[in-house]
Design a protein around this ligand. Structure first.
Ligand code: ZN
Length: 100
């Protein structure tokens, strides 16, 4: 008479689900960075200009410092992608120089 086998620990399936969720999120973000590298600038909401506080609507508009008036910002993941590509090319160049 043993009832121990019925209550197995649910730690492993939970970890697997968590790992799957993390992998899905990372892959989705990488895909997003590859498809659309630019996201809307947050401070100016994509306008490229920001309102100064306490000024009239006609005056007091200034160029957004974050995006320098573009209204778009490069995603952080895309920056990482650029960095890895740059280092990859540098590594290839070094490899070529070494074989000669
Ligand atoms: Zn901006």
């Amino acid at each position: 008479m043993t009832l121990v086998a019925a209550s197995s620990s649910p730690v492993l399936p939970l970890a697997a689900v968590a790992a799957l969720a993390v992998v899905t999120t990372v892959c989705g973000y990488a895909l997003l960075c590859a498809v659309s590298p630019f996201a809307r600038c947050k401070p100016c909401e994509g306008n490229g200009k920001r309102r100064k506080h306490g000024t009239s609507p006609k005056r007091g508009w200034k160029t957004c410092r974050r995006c320098k008036g573009n209204g778009a910002r490069l995603r952080i993941g895309r920056r990482f992608f650029h960095a890895t590509r740059a280092t990859g090319q540098a590594a290839q160049r070094l490899h070529k120089a070494g074989t000669r």
